[in-house]
Design a protein around this ligand. Structure first.
Ligand SMILES: [Zn+2]
Length: 68
């Protein structure tokens, strides 16, 4: 299976979504152990997600202040 397929699965995992049926949790973990590229890609995806979550919080806080 190609890295692209594992990255789709990895992105689903980062988002807390179900993995695509063709990639099992075990297969994804096994691939991450042998593929540093996908490991760092997953790390970046997680950081981006955290960043996006913080941006959403900031936007919500702004909206609350505007509503005063
Ligand atoms: Zn890979």
């Amino acid at each position: 299976m190609s890295c692209a397929a594992f990255r789709i699965a990895l992105s689903a995992r980062v988002d807390g979504e179900e993995l695509p049926p063709e990639v099992s949790e075990g297969a994804l973990d096994a691939h991450l152990r042998v593929c540093p590229e996908c490991r760092s890609w997953g790390q970046q995806a997680r950081e981006l997600r955290t960043l996006a979550a913080h941006l959403d919080d900031a936007r919500l806080n702004d909206a609350r202040l505007d509503g005063k």
